[in-house]
Structures are given as structure tokens and as C-alpha cells.
Design a protein around this ligand. Structure first.
Ligand SMILES: C[S@@+](CC[C@H](N)C(=O)[O-])C[C@H]1O[C@@H](n2cnc3c(N)ncnc32)[C@H](O)[C@@H]1O
Length: 376
């Protein structure tokens, strides 16, 4: 049997090496992860997953069984995956809605859409993700659009659809966005402080750090991420930006350590239970990302519009990763049930099982809620 490392003629292909790095501890993203080069390292992705880590450059969808059980995609359904990302959930929907079904996929991130289009093309037929065209692909008809999810209504008329049977959103960032240092989402690797999911947005995180006052920065860290040292970090930012612009993720991480009076060594050497699960800069990064992408306002708008885009009996499901977002979702569904817009909603929030968290640690803060549109 041929392996991935063989040439078409059957003779072993010369082994390609990752770029050389100096020293024993590679810091650059492209040098550090073998799984970025699966052709040279066959089986590496399975190995990384078996260790309970997410292979760099991929995204493992969360709560898949729970989402499918609640939203119950049926043959012929029209599905809006409003945060298509790498298409993990979308592929599950496509398999179930079959050749008579339709999937409309939205994402604000052009790079994500491009990768997902390529991924779908490998298993289906190529399709248009630049405009409104819908192309029959493999089992189901799929169209991908670069759009904020609050714009999901406009694709109904554009694609001649009466309403969606399923609306689904999996909020936040994908692993591929986090793992790409050039996007600036990660406190693990140095990169430009960008953090825009949609690169058409006018301001980057570096711009915000240069412009906001101590009070505004402090409110951002406290309100969007419950950062206990919000004011200290805000003051440190304003003090340091007077000396030098804060434009790199590495600078921001150093600054958070300084504001918290911690050295990296102290943090690393603390016993795990004292260290807690979160990196000291995690909340600062999360808050900035949410602010720069206006995530709370965008979600509120989406939740207002979504029921008007659902068919009678249609199902909506949202996975959030943050208590503030989850509160918005819960309140919107409760208000909808009270107003008779929704006929039913989930009782207790649905969270990943310990088994899923072990297999995919990035799923640990996921919270899933669903609701069903009332008939008539
Ligand atoms: C957690 S990932 C989705 C992963 C996807 N479910 C999968 O299985 O691959 C979230 C995606 O939503 C996108 N996104 C975030 N906010 C958005 C918004 N307001 N409108 C559309 N897409 C958005 C991000 O760019 C990212 O690709």
C-alpha cells in the first residue's frame, strides 16, 4: 500500500524538512508545528488530536452531536451557517440535508472563506463565494458569502428563499485565526496587534490602544472580560504608549505581566492549580478582540433579526464562549418565548462533556442554546 510519502511512481519521495531554526526551542509558528506540513509528516494530525491538542492550522468543531440533536437537520432543509469558519459544522449539515437541501454560509473573514471554499472544493464541486450565486455542490447546494451575520436576511431575497429551516452561529474566533500570528489574536506568539476578523474594519487593536483613554480601556477589560486588574493594565498602556507605540502582541503581553507584577518565570513556575487555567494576558486579548470587532452589538443585532428569517417551526442554535454573549442569547430566546415568537427553547445551557474537553481543550468554555420558531 502506498503512503502519503511516496511519489506517484511508488518510490519514496525525498523527505521535505521544515525550515531550519536556530536553537532548541523554535518560537516561530511555521517552524514549531509539524502538523502545518502533513505531507511531510503523515499521521501527525491524528497524533496531535490523540494528545488532546488542536492541530495547528485546523479547527475542531465543538458540540457537534449536541448541535445536530437539537437542530435536527432534515433532507431538503435550508440552513444558514452564519459563522461558517472552516466549515466543520456546515459539513455535518450538508451531509444531512442531502441533494435537495441548501446551505448558505456566511463569514466576515475573507481568508477563512477562501480556505473553506478550497476545503469544500476538495470534497464537492467548486462554488462561488464572492457574490450571491448559488452553485449545486456535491450533495447539497452551497453558497458562501463574505458577510456579517446580522446581514443574513438579505440572502433570502437574493437566493429566492422564503425562510431558513435552521439558523446556526458558532461565535468567536476559529483556531486557525488564533493560530496565525499575523492576525494578532494570540498572546502566545509575537505578531502585529491587528485582531480584526474583517480586514475592512477601519481600526486595529493597535489603533485602539493608541487612542482610548484610561477609563475607556479599563471599562473594556472589565466589562468584556471580567479582568480583575483592568485599571492597572489600562494605566500601564497609557504610560507606556507615551514612550513607544504599542503595536505588537508581544509588547502587550509583557505589559500585562508588568501591570500584574508578575514575571514570566514566576508565572511558569507556579503550581498549575495556583496558576489557574488562564494565561495572565488572556482576558486583555479577549476584551480587545471583542471591542475591535464590535462583537456584542453585532450579536444583539443578529438575535433581533434571526427570528424574522426563520420558517415556522425553524430552529436556531448559538454557541457562545463568553458569559456576556451567552446572557444576550438566553435573554433573546426567553423574550422570544414570552412574546410568542419562539414556541420553545432549551432549558439548561448545553456544555461540552469532560470527554470533549479532554479531546479538544478549546471547547471548554462553549455554551450552546437553541430555540424553535412558533408556527404561523
Ligand atoms: C468559531 S469559528 C466557526 C467555526 C465553524 N463552526 C467550524 O466548524 O469550522 C467563528 C467564525 O465566525 C466568524 N465570525 C465572527 N464574527 C462574525 C460575524 N459577526 N459575522 C460573520 N462571521 C463572523 C469568524 O471569522 C470565524 O471564522
Amino acid at each position: 500500500m502506498k503512503t502519503n510519502n511516496e511519489s506517484p511512481s511508488g518510490s519514496p519521495a525525498p523527505r521535505r524538512r521544515r525550515p531550519r531554526y536556530s536553537g532548541a526551542h523554535p518560537k516561530r509558528f511555521d517552524q514549531r508545528y509539524k502538523e502545518l506540513d502533513p505531507a511531510a509528516y503523515p499521521g501527525i494530525q491524528g497524533h496531535v488530536l490523540a494528545q488532546g491538542r488542536t492541530p495547528a492550522g485546523t479547527h475542531v468543531p465543538v458540540l457537534v452531536e449536541e448541535v445536530l440533536a437539537a437542530l435536527s437537520p432534515q433532507p431538503g432543509d435550508v440552513v444558514a451557517d452564519c459563522t461558517i469558519g472552516y466549515g466543520g459544522h456546515a459539513l455535518e449539515f450538508i451531509q444531512r440535508i442531502g441533494p435537495t437541501g441548501r446551505l448558505v454560509g456566511l463569514d466576515v473573514d475573507a481568508a477563512q472563506l477562501e480556505r473553506t471554499a478550497a476545503r469544500f472544493a476538495a470534497i464537492t464541486r467548486p462554488h462561488d463565494h464572492s457574490g450571491s450565486a448559488t452553485t449545486a455542490v456535491g450533495q447539497a447546494s452551497v453558497s458562501l458569502h463574505r458577510s456579517h451575520f446580522a446581514g443574513l436576511g438579505k440572502f433570502l431575497a437574493r437566493e429566492g428563499i422564503d425562510g431558513y429551516d435552521i439558523i446556526f452561529a458558532d461565535l468567536g474566533v476559529s483556531s486557525m485565526q488564533i493560530d496565525d500570528p499575523s492576525r494578532g489574536f494570540s498572546y502566545k506568539y509575537d505578531g502585529p496587534l491587528d485582531m480584526r476578523m474583517d480586514d475592512r474594519l477601519p481600526r486595529t487593536a493597535a489603533d485602539l490602544l493608541a487612542q482610548l483613554s484610561v477609563d475607556e480601556l479599563s471599562a473594556c477589560f472589565a466589562d468584556l472580560a471580567d479582568e480583575p486588574h483592568a485599571e492597572r493594565i489600562a494605566k500601564c498602556i497609557v504610560r507606556l504608549r507615551a514612550v513607544k507605540p504599542i503595536s505588537r502582541t508581544g509588547q502587550l503581553v509583557n505589559l500585562v505581566f508588568e501591570a500584574k507584577g508578575l514575571s514570566r518565570r514566576e508565572w511558569r513556575d507556579r503550581p498549575t492549580d495556583q496558576r489557574g487555567r488562564l494565561h495572565p494576558a488572556a482576558r486583555t486579548f479577549q476584551a480587545l478582540r471583542m471591542l475591535i470587532n464590535d462583537e456584542m452589538a453585532g450579536l444583539a443585532q443578529f438575535l433581533r433579526i434571526a427570528p424574522h428569517c426563520l420558517c415556522s417551526g425553524g430552529r436556531i442554535g448559538v454557541i457562545s464562549f463568553h458569559s456576556g454573549e451567552d446572557r444576550l442569547v438566553d435573554n433573546a430566546f426567553r423574550d422570544g418565548v414570552q412574546a410568542g415568537v419562539y414556541a420553545a427553547m432549551v432549558g439548561a445551557p448545553i456544555r461540552p462533556t469532560p470527554k470533549e474537553i479532554t479531546a479538544n481543550p478549546r471547547s471548554r468554555s462553549a455554551i450552546f442554546r437553541w430555540a424553535v420558531k412558533a408556527a404561523g
